[in-house]
Design a protein around this ligand. Structure first.
Ligand SMILES: CC(C)(COP(=O)(O)OP(=O)(O)OC[C@H]1O[C@@H](n2cnc3c(N)ncnc32)[C@H](O)[C@@H]1OP(=O)(O)O)[C@@H](O)C(=O)NCCC(=O)NCCS
Length: 172
């Protein structure tokens, strides 16, 4: 299967934070942001694999900065690496106020999507990723360790011993 570059499936999604998206303090609810991250990441993975995809896992997401009603949220989803049927997608979130429009980074996360065959609804092979830039190369290399860690944490892979886990954390 021919590889595809990161740029081919890069997905940028922009949302305006409306009152309905916020909590009583007027801040964007974390669950709404995660929903948008899931959609942007899912579109990116679907574009790369040219398939239906499902979300298999969401890595650690932290909210360091609140996002206010009326702000503009931009999500940038890029595939980092494809394995067999699974794809890791890196999503960065930027927020800007309408008057100055200077974006500030709000958070980021890695999500994993699995491509499904339309007829059988079983996982199907996806094209490899061709990293081109230094940043893409770095994320591509790191994806193997992140995948191992999330498979261990989800009980799908056994850590051979505690030293393995320490190494995983040190290299993240
Ligand atoms: C994700 C899913 C398709 C995996 O199906 P499965 O029968 O376990 O298939 P496999 O064991 O062959 O795994 C398929 C791939 O998923 C990956 N995977 C499975 N669980 C994972 C997890 N928790 N985190 C990361 N990757 C995972 C496997 O590593 C494998 O990747 P690879 O093919 O690149 O090697 C299945 O668990 C599923 O449909 N889950 C529900 C998805 C969903 O509905 N998401 C929305 C939540 S509301």
């Amino acid at each position: 299967m021919n590889g595809k570059t990161v740029a081919i499936s890069n997905t940028i999604m922009t949302e305006l934070v409306m009152p309905n998206d916020t909590n009583p303090l007027g801040n964007l609810m974390g669950g709404n942001l995660m929903r948008w991250m899931d959609i942007a990441g899912g579109i990116c993975a679907a574009r790369h694999s040219e398939s239906f995809v499902v979300t298999a896992s969401v890595d650690h997401v932290s909210f360091s900065d609140s996002v206010k009603v009326g702000e503009i949220v931009t999500l940038n989803a890029s595939i980092t690496r494809a394995f067999n049927s699974s794809m890791e997608v890196y999503i960065e979130v930027f927020t800007a106020t309408i008057p100055d429009q200077k974006p500030r980074k709000s958070n980021h996360a890695y999500l994993t999507f699995v491509a499904l065959d339309k007829a059988t609804m079983k996982p199907k092979l996806v094209p490899p990723v061709i990293p081109l830039t230094e940043e893409e190369e770095k994320r591509y290399e790191g994806a193997v360790r992140r995948r191992e860690l999330r498979l261990i944490l989800s009980g799908r892979m056994e850590a051979k011993d505690a030293k393995d886990l320490r190494d995983y954390f040190n290299k993240l």
